[in-house]
Write a protein that binds this ligand. Structure first.
Ligand code: KIV
Length: 279
């Protein structure tokens, strides 16, 4: 979808329900787009009520929820289950769901079949990794009414090919290739692009060149919006990537609460009379 097809420009913050054209409008007005991963109903409800514009059912679910080292083992069925839960929670936010490794690369038809499953589960758009190599997939999905979010820079599904979590776009030619990839995604009909782990000036250049929203993660501030994995944002784990800020320390709060629960049960201090049915 192009910007000229979208509704009149209005602040994204006032939208009762965020949809793809509102992201395009936010780029036009210079309003930052907020995006956070979510994998379940409870946390997605909290993020939605807190005003996050886009809930990303990321395939980082493989790491965060299932404890894998990479996103490669994630199955489409797992993404469908998580997407259903997040979509049930999302009253306002747009839900974007990731196509996992092995479910879209082979052909546009494969991508279409996979994307249809996520859309039926409640997604409002799908995201998958790659630039020019996946433009046939983007073209077919966009033509079928399935909004697509691209993913460039460090793309976790290619971690083996990259030889680890490596910053991308560091040389001039790699930066040029990123811009070309982002523009190719736009021309193929993508509605937005996530750009991960690239130098800030490169992400800024991509943002300036492509007419669709560019959402950064480890890509500096001069982009159209930001996305983080929620457990990094909320400090659920001791380690988080250097580009993520911990806005809370929920991991240690949960640890303390759990210790107190264990102690209270062992000392017969829980349940107390106020938690006990007497008749
Ligand atoms: O799966 C995911 O969480 C993502 C973000 C890192 C953008 O794709």
């Amino acid at each position: 979808m192009r910007l000229e097809d979208s509704a009149p420009l209005k602040s994204i913050k006032t939208r009762q329900r965020v949809r793809i054209p509102h992201l395009l409008a936010a780029k036009e007005t210079g309003e930052k787009i907020t995006m956070l991963t979510a994998y379940d109903f409870v946390t997605a409800s909290i993020f939605d009520r807190a005003g996050v514009d886009v809930l990303l059912v990321g395939d980082s679910l493989g790491n965060v929820v299932h404890g894998h080292d990479t996103t490669l083992p994630v199955e489409l069925d797992e993404m469908v289950v998580a997407t259903r839960a997040v979509a049930r929670a999302a009253r306002r936010a747009l839900v974007v769901a990731d196509l996992p490794f092995g479910t879209y690369e082979a052909s546009p038809e494969q991508a279409h079949a996979s994307a249809v499953r996520l859309m039926k589960a409640g997604a409002g758009a799908v995201k998958f990794e790659g630039g020019q190599r996946v433009t046939p997939q983007v073209r077919l999905l966009a033509a079928s009414g399935i909004p697509v979010v691209g993913h460039l820079g460090f793309t976790p599904q290619l971690e083996n090919a990259f030889g680890g979590k490596r910053i991308q776009g560091r040389t001039e030619s790699a930066a040029d290739a990123l811009v070309d990839d982002a523009y190719a995604l736009y021309e193929a009909g993508a509605s937005a692009v996530v750009i991960e782990m690239v130098p800030a000036h490169v992400a800024a250049r991509v943002t300036e060149v492509v007419p669709i929203p560019v959402i950064g993660i480890g890509a500096g501030v001069d982009v159209d919006g930001q996305v983080l994995v929620w457990t990094d944002m909320a400090g659920m784990t001791q380690w988080s990537p250097s580009f993520a800020r911990q806005f809370a320390h929920l991991g240690s709060a949960l640890h303390t609460a759990t210790q107190e629960y264990v102690e209270a049960v062992r000392a017969s201090q829980f349940p107390g009379p106020e938690h006990t049915f007497t008749n």
